[in-house]
Ligand binder design. Structure first.
Ligand SMILES: Cc1ncc(COP(=O)(O)O)c(C=O)c1O
Length: 471
């Protein structure tokens, strides 16, 4: 039973069932295709779910990025787009929304998250610098490397263990951070790269206590802390649910308190902010703002649109106002957990506790007979698509890529397949269909063989690599 503040009117009367805090006003039909057609589509896509056409997909759990359903208010806002080249009123609305809910002083809009990652990396990193962080993220690390830096993982050990029930597996290990400082010196660390609801660890949160300790530690060392705020609202929900002293604080209050512990944030607005495109960088220090605002005109667009249309900024500003609704966040995380529970009831190995945005299947355990060099997570994503048209994503050796210095494959401890739930899009019935399909391929797993990579692009290979099945 949900805590009192999340109870539906029926639950307030002692009844069992819970339902989403929204109703559907517009629908997008999806269609089914046959197994032969799915096999053909998979061959054409080189066994990479990123290369499938969405028309060939039934339930699309590739990503929660840019896949949210917007609200009627957001769509109304789209009609209020001020498409002036400079000084659009929608930008000022967006600036106000970021300042009120995240609390940062200076805002630079970008076309999406990686645009902001490029700006912050170029503004702060010098050749040879080290950037410690709570687990890498693909595009974040690449921008840090392209700017001349080296990312070092300082997340707690539990994050690398899919079965650890630690409530805050996204926490930074301060001893690991100290060891990095001892090795390279605080002067060569431009900032700590802190992510909320750590994506690559399975959507695992950082506690407020850990963020406070990190802030105090970094203050002593003279190191700044910048936040990947992409899924910080989900992180706030976990703090509210699990951390002492936060049960009666709102998501908005927790979000603000957490952001106040950092010097700025980059954002893929395509997630928490409930829009299909957009991003931003927000910082407190004038010097960083000055550099980023100057660079944005080179890479993204003028500093009052940064690659977004006026209407996109309006939908984004409204999305920020809607994302902090406690009932919305609760519904979102509960849907993820509903899918997780169906799977764990069937003893299918997933990362626990279930994360904020996705269920991560533990492909190393699922396909224990497939070595990591034969891409178990990629294989699982392909098999799931073949079985039911459900699209998921690899988060294992393919995503980890190669060490830029040695050219060797990186072998991450976590070999996962991500079932990512878009916000406000699918129903419980869709989750039932997904779970049954996962069970079906789990039951026949012994017959499944791995894959061979036959094309590998230079950067972010998971997006475009091609595979063929091992016979
Ligand atoms: C944690 C995290 N950071 C950054 C990004 C990059 O954002 P974008 O895809 O908008 O460029 C993503 C996108 O998936 C993400 O999940």
């Amino acid at each position: 039973m949900s805590p009192a503040k999340y109870q539906t009117m029926g639950q307030q009367e002692g009844r069992r069932s819970w339902a989403e805090p929204w109703k559907i006003k517009m629908v997008e039909p999806i269609h089914m295709i046959t197994r032969e057609e799915r096999q053909h589509a998979l061959d054409e896509a080189g066994y990479n779910t990123f290369l499938l056409r969405s028309a060939d997909v039934y339930i699309d759990l590739l990503t929660d990025s840019g896949t949210s359903a917007m609200s009627d208010r957001q769509w109304a806002g789209m009609m209020m787009g001020d498409e002036s080249y400079a000084g659009s009123r929608n930008f000022y609305h967006l600036e106000d929304a970021i300042r009120s809910y995240y609390g940062y002083k200076h805002i630079v809009p970008t076309h999406q998250g990686r645009g902001a990652e490029q700006l912050i990396s170029k503004a702060l990193i010098q050749q040879g610098d080290t950037i410690p962080g709570n687990m890498y993220f693909t595009t974040t690390r690449l921008h840090q490397e392209l700017a001349g830096g080296t990312f070092v993982d300082v997340i707690i050990d539990e994050a690398h263990d899919p079965s650890s029930l630690h409530p805050f597996k996204g926490n930074v290990d301060l001893n690991k951070l100290q060891a990095v400082i001892d090795k390279v010196g605080a002067d060569n660390i431009p900032y700590v790269s802190l992510a909320g609801t750590v994506n690559m660890a399975g959507g695992q949160p950082v506690s407020m206590a850990n963020a406070k300790e990190l802030r105090a530690f970094c203050n002593q060392q003279g190191i700044r802390v910048y936040l990947d705020a992409t899924r910080m609202v989900e992180n706030a929900f976990f703090i509210q649910e699990r951390e002492e002293g936060y049960a009666n604080k709102s998501i908005a209050e927790i979000l603000k308190e957490f952001c106040d512990l950092t010097d700025g944030a980059w954002m893929s607005a395509k997630k928490d902010n409930l829009v299909n495109i957009g991003g931003w960088l927000a910082v407190n220090h004038e010097d960083v703002f000055e550099k980023a605002r100057n660079m944005v005109v080179i890479y993204e667009g003028l500093h009052t649109y940064g690659g977004m249309a006026g209407r996109d900024m309006e939908a984004l500003a409204i999305g920020i106002e809607e994302m902090v609704d406690d009932h919305h966040v609760h519904a979102r995380v509960e849907q993820v957990r509903y899918l997780g529970k169906l799977l764990t009831d069937w003893e299918i190995p997933i990362v626990v506790p279930a994360g904020g945005h996705a269920i991560f299947l533990n492909a190393k355990k699922f396909y224990a007979h497939i070595p990591q060099d034969h891409f178990p997570s990629q294989t699982l994503a392909a098999q799931l698509y073949l079985d039911s048209g459900v699209r998921s994503m690899e988060r294992g050796i393919v995503s980890a890529g190669r060490n830029p210095e040695t050219g060797e494959n990186r072998y991450p401890a976590l070999e996962l397949t991500r079932l990512t739930i878009p916000r406000r899009v699918y129903t419980q019935a869709h989750m039932d269909v997904v779970a049954e399909s996962v069970k079906n391929i789990f039951d026949s797993r012994a017959q499944t063989k791995g894959l061979k990579m036959i094309y590998e692009p230079a950067y972010l290979r998971f997006f475009q690599a091609r595979f063929e099945p091992l016979r």
